[in-house]
Design a protein around this ligand. Structure first.
Ligand SMILES: [Zn+2]
Ligand SMILES: [Zn+2]
Length: 268
């Protein structure tokens, strides 16, 4: 199947949006099921968010339907993405994924660290809405004000996609688009799920196992939610280049005095 096989009334951007919704809400329901059944409880490292699934869902859907979907359709109508070859070469596939990862990190970091977290803009642009959650209910990944969603979700996805389309990647290749949105959805949901699948590997004596653990940990974004001033990149699946370059990665920033004292008290 290629994009040309889609019915005339179904633009590629709409089809990929539907795939994204199935991935997002499918993984979201799976994490919710884990929470309710206590499965994989050994990996649940944070208490579940006081915001319930039913409270979070409407705002998430509003963002996805009224911001993400129109933005994707507009980009296609403008001929900037979701257009071009039906199949891209393996090299262009890899170039595209690297471009998406780095581009996502750049756009998201500028939006998140330099604009949304500005004390004067935190409430104006509504990033405080997302910070009312504790990164322990997976679908809260898109629980945001409309402006926040546009700057932190839609733009970091679509701007790099436009850039890689311009150099001959992505095109209208279904496999590429489906992989990109599914992986992106899983990353965001996992980071906000309160699960950390690295906890057992991290205790291993094997250096390789500990390296894998560091790559699959969800700690970075959890630290962002609890400390507020660290790890602005999406930790899991992200290159984290900006957090490393600007030294805002959680393990590079000392905890504030008050937090350090309360952590020490808890350990004592
Ligand atoms: Zn934030
Ligand atoms: Zn978050």
């Amino acid at each position: 199947m290629t994009a040309q096989d889609l019915p005339a009334w179904m633009p590629l951007s709409v089809f990929i949006w539907i795939v994204q919704m199935i991935a997002y809400h499918g993984f979201g329901l799976w994490f919710e099921w884990l929470d309710r059944n206590g499965r994989l409880a050994d990996y649940k490292v944070r208490p579940v968010d006081s915001w319930t699934y039913a409270q979070v869902l409407p705002r998430v859907l509003l963002n996805q339907v009224f911001i993400l979907l129109p933005a994707m359709v507009l980009v296609e109508k403008a001929g900037l993405a979701f257009v071009g070859p039906a199949h891209i070469t393996p090299l262009m596939f890899i170039v595209g994924l690297i471009g998406m990862t780095i581009g996502h990190d750049l756009v998201q970091y500028v939006s998140h660290a330099w604009i949304l977290h500005r004390p004067t803009l935190m409430r104006t642009l509504g990033h405080s809405v997302h910070h009312s959650t504790t990164a322990s209910r997976s679908i809260s990944a898109c629980f945001m004000s409309p402006m926040d969603f546009l700057m932190e979700i839609a733009a970091p996805y679509l701007l790099p996609l436009i850039a890689i389309t311009a150099i001959g990647s992505a095109g209208s290749d279904l496999v590429f688009h489906i992989f990109a949105v599914s992986a992106g959805a899983f990353g965001g949901l996992y980071e906000h799920s309160g699960y950390d699948f690295s906890v057992k590997l991290a205790k291993s004596d094997n250096a390789l196992a500990r390296f894998v653990a560091s790559r699959i940990s969800s700690k970075a974004h959890a630290e962002h939610h609890s400390r507020g001033n660290v790890s602005y990149s999406d930790g899991f699946g992200s290159s984290n280049i900006c957090d490393t370059v600007f030294k805002t990665r959680w393990d590079l920033v000392k905890p504030r005095e008050r937090q350090r004292r309360s952590a020490q008290e808890q350990e004592a």
